[in-house]
Design a binder for this molecule. Structure first.
Ligand SMILES: Cc1cc2nc3c(=O)[nH]c(=O)nc-3n(C[C@H](O)[C@H](O)[C@H](O)COP(=O)(O)OP(=O)(O)OC[C@H]3O[C@@H](n4cnc5c(N)ncnc54)[C@H](O)[C@@H]3O)c2cc1C
Length: 399
């Protein structure tokens, strides 16, 4: 790990900053993000702009159509985009499915899907979790039975983020119930327009619709849509979930959150003083600031372990996930407190990120309480923090 000043990285930051300044249309900047993914039209427009620049896949190798950036470059790119309020990319396609396609898919499968990921014309959702199969994912029961050149899929997925506005789903199915549970799982790509798929909304405590239950009723999926061999699903899943440890803490989001707390606390008053000058509040803010700086150092450490597949590298990804999500929760709680009564005004009105229109007269507190409620889930999705702690213990202490 090297904490020396990196002039090359500074130059890269300038390049990204200049690009974002020039090419991010003002009407796309600082639009509300529905939990973690931007609204479809915003995301697609920004993806096209990035793709024209050759930056359509910041996380992939050059040979796969990506930028070939280092982990630190990717972090810089993310930081500059978040700071400028750019829309998000499709994280499911970019960080999960994409690397799995690049590693395991056939040339035909890549030719079918990669161009649509790059130009933003095909959005993806992830169909892993089922009722009763979340942390214990390998116990999943959605069946795929062979019928000639098709699988017939029956079952239910749950918590399927953005299924209602995705074109395709990558999902895990049970193709063999007679072998060890991990060995009977296969990885399928399914067009969401296929007859037999029903998506039902789950409205979450942040009062948004991003979650769904997804039902599969005799859904016919070409065998050609399977990635890898039958029974390879678990291997692909382990690969896909172990990617991108350095981004597990969502550092750019933490930094943006802290800066928002500062702005709010400078504008709000506690008696005669600005809230930010109140010692108890200032102390909590300083502690969070120190925590985010510590996380930033850890991210650098993980970035330096890019091609390291040791138990330590694995554990570091889990540590970042736990500390990053806990910091996210504390930052959004502090932000809500800083808003005081305004937070209650902004909630439970529907979050404008769901409606696509700003709410009148709520510029200060727009979406803050909703975000605070949504972040309760950050220690659940992507593998719960309790499970992460189990991984840390296993990797570091062989427990
Ligand atoms: C906002 C949100 C978005 C999501 N999006 C998606 C998505 O797009 N696609 C998708 O497939 N899934 C998605 N999920 C599902 C998510 O991956 C699961 O919720 C998560 O893996 C936990 O599974 P579970 O909900 O079944 O809880 P369970 O596994 O039933 O866990 C219940 C409790 O038991 C604890 N626990 C379980 N096992 C252990 C263990 N071994 N050691 C210690 N504690 C344990 C858990 O930490 C938790 O507190 C999403 C979830 C949320 C909240």
């Amino acid at each position: 790990m090297d904490f020396q000043h990196d002039a090359g990285l500074d130059a890269f930051r300038e390049e990204v900053r200049a690009f974002v300044r020039e090419d991010l249309p003002p009407d796309l900047a600082n639009k509300p993000v529905g939990s973690v993914r931007s609204m479809r039209p915003d995301l697609a427009r920004w993806q096209q702009i990035l793709n024209r620049k050759g930056w359509g896949a910041p996380y992939w190798a050059k040979a796969d159509g990506g930028t070939g950036w280092s982990v630190l470059q990717r972090l810089v790119f993310d930081e500059e985009c978040v700071a400028a309020g750019a829309p998000t990319q499709d994280g499911f396609a970019q960080k999960l499915l994409g690397p799995a396609l690049n590693a395991f898919a056939s040339a035909e499968q890549k030719a079918e899907h990669v161009p649509h990921i790059l130009d933003g014309s095909r959005l993806w959702c992830q169909g892993f979790s089922e009722p009763g199969s979340g942390s214990d994912l390998a116990s999943l029961r959605t069946r795929a039975e062979r019928d000639g050149d098709f699988y017939v899929v029956n079952g239910q997925k749950t918590w399927t983020s953005y299924a209602h506005e995705s074109d395709w789903i990558f999902m895990l199915v049970r193709t063999d119930a007679t072998v060890k549970k991990q060995a009977g799982i296969s990885f399928l790509l399914v067009d969401m327009k296929t007859p037999g798929i029903t998506v039902r909304p789950i409205r979450s405590i942040d009062d948004c619709h991003h979650l769904n239950e997804t039902f599969f009723d005799n859904v016919r999926v070409p065998v050609a849509n399977r990635i890898g061999a039958e029974g390879d699903g678990w291997t692909i899943t382990k690969f896909l979930l172990n990617n991108e440890h350095a981004s597990a803490a969502d550092l750019p989001i933490l930094r943006r959150g802290l800066s928002r707390v500062r702005t709010l606390a400078a504008a709000q008053r506690a008696g005669r003083e600005p809230l930010i000058a109140q010692p108890a509040f200032a102390l909590r803010l300083a502690r969070l600031d120190a925590e985010v700086n510590a996380i930033a150092m850890m991210v650098q450490r993980v970035a330096a372990m890019e091609s390291d597949h040791s138990p330590l590298a694995h554990a570091m990804g889990s540590i970042l996930k736990v500390r990053g999500t806990e910091a996210q929760q504390r930052i959004t709680e502090l932000m809500t407190e800083a808003l005081g009564d305004y937070a209650a005004v902004a909630y439970p009105e529907p979050h404008d990120a769901c409606l696509g229109e700003p709410l009148p007269q709520q510029d200060v507190g727009r979406g803050i309480a909703n975000d605070m409620f949504f972040r309760r889930a950050s220690s659940i999705y992507g593998g719960t923090n309790e499970v992460q702690r189990g991984i840390i213990a296993k990797m570091l202490f062989q427990l």
